[in-house]
Design a protein around this ligand. Sequence first.
Ligand code: NAD
Length: 340
Amino acid sequence: MKSILVTGGAGFIGSHFIKILLSRHDDLKLINLDALTYAGNPANLKEVAHHPAYHFVEGNIADPELVKDLFEAHDFDYVVNFAAESHVDRSIDDAGIFVQTNVAGTQILLDAARAAWSVPGDARGVPRYRDGVGFLQISTDEVYGTLGSRGRFKETSPLAPNSPYAASKAAADMMARAYFNTYNLPVMVTRSSNNYGPGQYPEKLIPLMILRALKKKSLPVYGDGQQVRDWIHVRDHCLGIERVLFRGRPGEVYNIGAVNERKNIEVIELILKILGEETSLITTVQDRLGHDRRYALDSQKITDELGWSPQVPFEAGLEETVAWYENHPDWWLAGSGGKD
Ligand SMILES: NC(=O)c1ccc[n+]([C@@H]2O[C@H](COP(=O)([O-])OP(=O)(O)OC[C@H]3O[C@@H](n4cnc5c(N)ncnc54)[C@H](O)[C@@H]3O)[C@@H](O)[C@H]2O)c1
């Protein structure tokens, strides 16, 4: 029986990951530590709320006492750190909580893992850990910054984050690297491109546009709408995370993308087409400060090393996502999606 700490599991990606993991493994105990910020929603996990292997703890990853107590109580073998402030616009308004949660919170989790997993070092005092443990930091392609019209980010590309959100994720990503290099802690990092799918908080592009189109309200597009994002379905991302968690190599970074570049305006037009709405709903608003122009990921490493590849075609995944929001007004009316 393996014991896993998942943080931020009441959010969009973490909740999909928990449901996927519990459906595919019957030898796990899974603890979800989530602070239930505005982005955390227990309704995302109602299917597993009573699963015998699933336990929810409401709390903050940046609380060292709580994290230490959880390690003592549950003897975790793995940590998967999704918990984060995740919205670029909010980080532009106020970066403080992004540093607190994304950077300090990650360091506190890394320290707790180091303390809990430590066994006597070798003769030269090099730290060692018990067998079968691993820490997976969920990072993002935004740490690489922006691309011109050509090329893709590889795991070896330099980090050049442009928003406070991306900078905080890059700092956490580098902290994970440092704990591997300094302390030998078995840490891995995944960097994924933009996710979409059911249950994403409606401040992000795709659910925001779906809900506004459903309400026949204007669809605000930043600047010229020509920003390119590389979209991956959340289930494909979660299956990639599972691969890295159980089979990845400590100290390594794995990009997880679906080679699916779309301009924002194209994504919005496709949503309108699926819903049978007019493009006249689209309006232009002033561009986001420091808005990255293009992201694109090279994910050949995870395919070559771990045999992962994305399965969900974008058009089918987007249709499924639109249908999910159409069929779950109870979910979004209970959150801020009802107000917009
Ligand atoms: N959404 C994407 O497209 C995307 C792409 C690449 C990487 N990521 C990364 O994946 C992770 C999950 O993203 P998401 O879109 O699911 O985010 P989300 O905003 O939907 O969920 C974040 C979750 O973390 C919880 N949380 C926030 N602060 C916390 C704290 N201090 N302690 C405990 N829990 C806390 C929230 O309550 C929420 O449940 C993040 O680390 C994000 O940077 C996201």
